[in-house]
Design a protein around this ligand. Sequence first.
Ligand code: ZN
Length: 149
Amino acid sequence: MSLVDELYKEVILDHYRHPRNRGTLADATLVVQGSNPLCGDEIELGLRLAGDRIEAVAFTGRGCSISQASASMMTEVIKGRTLAEAAAILETFKGVMLRNEPAERLEDLGDLEALQGVKRFPVRIKCAILAWNTLQEALTLVRERLDQG
Ligand code: ZN
């Protein structure tokens, strides 16, 4: 394994062992669940919104290290962002993981860069994407609520 791979592996394991923003929000604006049956990964994501800003975010879940580390990294990156900013980050991450866009795009997004190596293992991409699909569902629900007034 190269030094960079080794470093990325350490970052992933650190998030897995010490997940950031793990727990539930008593005053969540919405809570969304997601699962990846292929691997048995599960995520429950809670968001608290203040206007269009993600004021607080928390997750619980179980599954492989990649799925849980990705959720932990995601919560760090979207906390405090607007819904539009979170949607843009989501697109960037999916672009790199699913559409082979350059990994450099993840450089300014906290520890997300560490997940780029997962692309070499196509079956694990679903693990890395799970939290983000769950976020996407949450953003869609928020948009629907806003549309309804
Ligand atoms: Zn998994």
